[in-house]
Ligand binder design. Sequence first.
Ligand SMILES: [Zn+2]
Length: 118
Amino acid sequence: MDYVSVLERTLVHNFLHFLIPALATWIFYRKDWRSSYIFLMLTMLVDLDHLIADPIFDPQRCSIGFHPLHSEIAITIFALMLIHKKLRIFGFGLLIHMSLDGLDCAWMASFSPGIPNS
Ligand SMILES: [Zn+2]
């Protein structure tokens, strides 16, 4: 595979934001899968920090380390949320989200034309 188009990568990335939480609820929260999936979907609100970026959406921009709620400090707080039982599912969802965004960054660097591999 020479490269994946930006549109294809963006579509796969966004699809994974729905699929991976669904798989996580099936594996870890099967008993309460409906409410768990809703909670995991609510963690996508973390992308509201894109609203203060210019442009708001840039498919060639790595979210991790750029947006405030995608910073190392924020990700550390999300990991600490795993400790508290009532916050755990939100921390879990946010870490899934950050993992998928990080995967997109790696994918972007590896396959997108015009982005040099370092
Ligand atoms: Zn994100």
